[in-house]
Design a protein around this ligand. Structure first.
Ligand code: NAD
Ligand code: GLY
Length: 367
């Protein structure tokens, strides 16, 4: 227990390193990081371009441009929201990089939430067969999850994240000051992915989040820094032992097969990614109880904690369980028509379960 990343996060400086064989990169967590030109110094004289969305650019773009020493001409701005993770936007970004004559030594700087991070990472991964990129996450979800670990992707009409690449950033700079402007719904969505680490591998972190709900919702800086640090430590450790998701990395998808189906059924408008994952985690816990893998009490406790964090926990009544099941079948985590799901044996004990009967899944979706 004292060795859990959560306990270490209470006592160590807010800096981590992701170690991937002979590759490594830093994650720095703190307030005001982006205003300090130190983070950009690592680029030396390398060509740098900014990719961000219009909302984030308006709020935080100036500070980043100043640190990078660039003007508007070196910034590619996309519209906010999931629709930017498209082949059309990626194609526009590639054309723009060509116009800008960005070469192999160029660096893409991704400023924004998971949408910008996934898109910019994918564009960097594919431009000239792969150039460097930096993640400057500005949502809690991006700080605790999407900016770390190198999954980059765009969506297709056929499904979310279907085209992508594993491409690690060269650094992650998580400036907690950017969260000051984040709307509460987006903030709570990030708390869902934060709680996920407690749910899958770290019971003390889960308990701490339960006990610290008030501080977290009040965006208390100490609590936030500890939560982001612990989450990144877990993600870094999991990615270090399974970068390409052949094993333990799948745990990070706890609640996601349900969640992606719910998110897609809502047209990527009704519910945020983190909100869909919150509902999905509870469904995964309920299914685990139904299959006799875990106690019902653990699912109930997860539900109470999610509700306390201001997250939805019920499948919207407008959604058809059969339609959700059909969407889950399409999820890339299902193998050969059989459902493969990340479930748990109780809080902190995620497990991948193969061949889950669809009737059981449907029963849980019907509630
Ligand atoms: P997002 O990037 O769409 O950001 C949410 C909204 O908040 C946007 O409208 C954005 O403009 C706005 N915003 C961002 N930062 C802000 C700030 N500081 N102040 C005010 N507004 C701000 O959404 P997200 O929840 O960060 O990311 C969701 C995406 O992340 C999904 O596409 C999901 O698939 C992806 N994701 C990827 C991974 C991964 O490992 N690569 C992991 C989890 C999620
Ligand atoms: N968010 C899932 C992963 O990074 O693997």
């Amino acid at each position: 227990m004292p060795n859990s990343p959560f306990h270490r996060s209470l006592s160590v400086p807010r800096e981590l390193v992701v170690e991937l064989g002979n590759r490594r990169y830093p994650i720095r967590i703190g307030r005001g990081l982006l205003a300090d030109p130190g983070w950009a110094a690592m680029l030396g004289t390398r060509r740098r371009v900014l990719l961000t969305d219009a909302t984030v650019d308006r709020l935080h773009g100036g500070v980043v441009r100043a640190a990078l020493g660039i003007d508007d001409a070196a910034a590619f701005i996309v519209g906010p929201g999931e629709s930017a993770k498209s082949i059309e936007t990626a194609s526009q970004a590639w054309s723009w990089l060509a116009e800008q004559r960005v070469g192999r030594d160029g660096v893409v700087v991704a400023l924004g939430g998971g949408v910008v991070g996934d898109l910019a990472g994918f564009v960097a991964a594919t431009w000239m067969r792969g150039i460097d990129f930096i993640q400057l996450p500005t949502t809690l979800l991006a700080m605790v999850d999407s900016s770390v670990g190198g999954k980059t992707a765009i969506n297709l009409p056929a499904g979310k994240n279907l085209v992508g690449a594993f491409h690690q950033p060269i650094a992650v700079e998580a400036d907690l000051a950017t969260l000051d402007t984040l709307p509460s719904r987006e903030f709570a969505a990030g708390l869902a992915e934060t709680l996920k680490y407690g749910a899958i591998v770290d019971p003390p972190f889960f308990e701490w989040i339960e006990a610290s709900t008030g501080e977290l919702l009040a965006r208390d800086e100490t609590a936030l820094a500890a939560a982001v640090h612990a989450s990144c430590a877990h993600k870094a450790a999991i990615v270090a032992r399974d970068e390409r998701e052949t094993g333990d990395r799948a745990w990070l998808n706890f609640g996601h097969t349900f969640g992606h189906a719910i998110e897609a059924a809502g047209g990527f408008r009704d519910l945020l990614h983190g909100e869909s994952v919150a509902i999905g985690m509870l469904l995964a816990a309920r299914l685990s109880a139904r299959l006799g893998l875990a106690a019902d009490a653990d699912a109930e406790r997860l539900g109470r904690t999610l509700e306390g964090l201001g997250l939805p926990t019920a499948v919207p009544t407008s959604m058809d369980p059969d339609d959700l099941l059909a969407r889950m079948r399409l999820d890339k985590k299902s193998l050969g028509g059989r459902m493969r799901l990340v479930l748990w044996r109780g809080i902190g004990r995620a497990e991948v379960i193969d061949g889950v009967a669809e009737a059981e899944i449907l029963a849980v979706l019907r509630g």
